[in-house]
Write a protein that binds this ligand. Structure first.
Ligand code: HEM
Length: 488
C-alpha cells in the first residue's frame, strides 16, 4: 500500500501537525516553523474571485444524445448521427447573490452547458428565461450594479432596482417573467433552459439559418411562492444544490429535451421585428420547436472547487456549424466571459480539466503565462508561417459571409419602441390566479420604493395592459395620483 502519511507541498514528511514550534513551552513561535507558514499561506490564498454575476451555482456531468437529424441546418459533428452521445458539463446558478447566497431567491437562473465535442468545446451560456432585461451591452454593468449592493449601505436597494427598470422599458418582458410564478424555481431540475439569444447554424453547403435553443425539463415545472421560499430559505440555503446532488446520487437523473427554432437567413433580414433582439421571443406558431436530442445529468462532480467553481463557460466557444448573430448583447458577451475568466482563473484556465476539450489542442502560440501546468508544448515551434508547414488553418472551419450594411454610428436601440406587445401576449396567457400572484409579487418587490419611481413603472405596466397597472396599484394599496384620478 502506498504511504499516505502527510507531506509538505514539496513532498517532505511532516513531523508534527498538532503543535507549532515555540521557544520554550510557553514561548513565541519560531519563523523557521516552515510547515506552519506553508499551511497558513496556502489557506490565506484559498479563495479565488467569485464570478461577478451568477456566483452561487451547482454543477454536474452528463451526456447529450441526438434523437433527430438536423444536419440540414448544421454541419457540426455533434449532430451528425442519431444516437450519438457527447459528454457535457452543466452549471446552474442564481444571478445577483454572492457565492454564499440562498438558492430559493426570486431571481433568474443560469443554465450553462459545455458540450465536449470532437471538434472542441461548444458552450451554451443561457438562462431559465427566453428573454433578458436589457438589449445593449453598454448597459450591463449599470444593470448589474442595480441588482447588487448599494455602494454606501452595502445592502440591496429596491429603489435602485426599480429606478433603473422604470427607465429601461425593454426590461418589461423579463420583469413580467421574473415576478410571475416562474420567478422562484423549486430546484434546477424542474425548470426549462434557453440559449435566449439568436445564434447561427451553418450546413455543409455553407447555408446559414438563425436558431434559438430551448431545453424543456422532462421533470415538469415546479415553483415556490414568496411565502414558501421564505420558509425554505429559513431552513436550507442550499435547497437547489441539495436537490440536484441528492437526485443524481440516487440515480434519479434529470433530463431536458433539446429543441431548436429555426429562421431562414433571408427571412431574418427581411422581418419588421428585429429577430436579434433578446428582449423578444420568436413565435412558436411561426417557428415551431424542432427536437434535436436529450440531455441528461448523471454524475456529480468529485470536487466542487475543481470542477464547478473553476468551470468557465463562454458564448464565444462555438464549433464549425454553429455561429453567432448580430444581437448586440451577444456581441458584448463574446468579449466579457473570456476576459473575466483570464482575471478570475488566469490565462491558462483552459488547462483546468473541466474546461479542457477532449480533443487535442494545437495552440502553439499560447505559451507561458501564470500557472502553466503542463509541459508548455516543450520544444514545439511557436510561430506560423514556418518552414515546416505546421499549424495551418482549416478553411473548412471558416464561416460563410454574413451580409450587413450601414454607416458606423451609435444607433439607438430605442428606435424599436415596442416594449409592450410581447409582455402583453404573456400577461394575456395568465389566468386570474396567476395575475394576482404577479401583482402581489411586484408589490412585495416594490416595498419602500419612492412614489415617483412606482408611478413611472405603473405607467409602463399601463402600456402593457390596463388590468396589469390596476392590479399592481391595488396590490400596492396605493390610490392613483390626483391628476390621474381626476381624469374622466
Ligand atoms: C456569467 C457577463 C448577459 C448568462 C457571467 C459572467 C460575466 C457575465 C462577466 C461571469 C463569468 C465567469 O466568471 O465565468 C455578462 C454580460 C452580459 C451578460 C457582459 C451582457 C452584455 C447574459 C445573458 C445571459 C447570461 C443575456 C443568458 C441568456 C450567464 C450565465 C452565467 C453568466 C448562465 C454563469 C456561467 C457559469 O455557470 O459559470 N456573465 N453576461 N449572461 N452569465 Fe452573463
Amino acid at each position: 500500500m502506498t504511504n499516505r502519511n502527510l507531506t509538505t507541498a514539496a513532498g517532505a514528511p511532516v513531523g508534527d501537525n498538532q503543535n507549532v514550534q515555540t521557544a520554550g513551552p510557553r514561548g513565541p513561535v519560531t519563523l523557521q516553523d516552515f510547515w506552519l507558514i506553508e499551511k497558513l499561506a496556502h489557506f490565506d490564498r484559498e479563495v479565488i474571485p467569485e464570478r461577478r454575476v451568477h456566483a452561487k451555482g451547482s454543477g454536474a456531468f452528463g451526456t447529450l444524445r441526438i434523437t433527430h437529424d438536423i444536419s440540414r441546418f448544421s454541419k457540426a459533428k455533434v449532430f451528425d448521427t442519431i444516437g450519438k452521445e457527447t459528454k457535457i458539463f452543466m452549471r446552474f446558478s442564481t444571478v445577483a447573490g454572492e457565492r454564499g447566497a440562498a438558492d430559493a431567491e426570486r431571481d433568474v437562473r443560469g443554465f450553462s452547458i459545455k458540450f465536449y465535442t470532437e471538434e472542441g468545446n461548444w458552450d451554451i451560456v443561457g438562462n431559465n428565461t427566453p428573454v433578458f432585461f436589457i438589449r445593449d451591452p453598454l448597459k450591463f454593468p449599470d444593470f448589474i450594479h442595480t441588482q447588487k449592493r448599494d455602494p454606501r449601505t452595502n445592502m440591496r436597494d429596491a429603489n435602485t432596482i426599480w429606478d433603473f427598470w422604470s427607465r429601461s422599458p425593454e426590461s418589461l418582458h423579463q420583469i413580467t417573467i421574473l415576478m410571475s410564478d416562474r420567478g422562484i424555481p423549486k430546484n434546477y431540475r424542474q425548470m426549462h433552459g434557453f440559449g435566449s439569444h439568436t445564434f447561427s447554424m451553418i450546413n455543409a453547403d455553407d447555408e446559414r439559418v438563425y436558431v434559438k435553443f430551448h431545453f424543456k425539463s422532462m421533470q415538469g415545472i415546479e415553483n415556490y411562492t414568496n411565502a414558501e421560499a421564505k420558509k425554505v430559505i429559513g431552513e436550507d440555503r442550499e435547497s437547489a444544490q441539495r436537490d440536484l446532488f441528492d437526485s443524481i446520487e440516487k440515480g434519479n437523473f434529470p433530463r431536458w429535451r433539446f429543441c431548436i427554432q429555426v429562421m431562414p437567413e433571408r427571412e431574418a433580414l427581411a422581418r419588421a421585428e428585429n429577430p436579434f433582439d433578446i428582449t423578444k421571443t420568436w413565435s412558436q406558431k411561426t417557428y415551431p420547436l424542432l427536437d434535436v436530442g436529450v440531455i441528461e445529468l448523471n454524475r456529480n462532480p468529485d470536487n466542487y472547487f475543481a470542477e464547478v467553481e473553476q468551470s468557465a463557460f463562454t458564448p464565444a466557444n462555438v464549433v464549425p456549424g454553429i455561429g453567432f448573430s448580430p444581437d448586440r448583447l451577444l456581441q458584448g458577451r463574446l468579449f466579457s466571459y473570456g476576459d473575466t475568466q483570464r482575471y478570475r482563473l488566469g490565462i491558462n484556465h483552459h488547462q483546468i480539466p473541466v474546461n479542457a476539450p477532449l480533443n487535442p489542442r494545437h495552440t502553439p502560440f499560447h505559451r507561458d503565462g501564470a500557472m502553466r501546468a503542463d509541459g508548455n508544448l516543450g520544444g514545439t515551434i511557436n510561430y506560423e508561417p514556418n518552414r515546416f508547414g505546421l499549424f495551418q488553418e482549416d478553411a473548412a472551419a471558416r464561416e460563410p459571409s454574413q451580409s450587413m450594411e450601414g454607416a458606423i454610428a451609435h444607433y439607438s436601440h430605442r428606435q424599436d419602441d415596442d416594449y409592450f406587445s410581447h409582455p402583453r401576449a404573456l400577461f394575456e396567457l395568465f389566468d386570474e390566479g396567476e395575475r394576482q400572484r404577479l401583482f402581489d409579487n411586484i408589490a412585495d418587490a416594490m416595498a419602500g420604493v419612492e412614489r415617483d419611481i412606482v408611478e413611472r413603472e405603473l405607467a409602463l405596466f399601463e402600456g402593457i395592459h390596463a388590468d396589469y397597472a390596476a392590479g399592481v396599484r391595488r396590490a400596492l394599496g396605493k390610490p392613483a395620483p390626483v391628476s390621474e384620478t381626476a381624469l374622466p
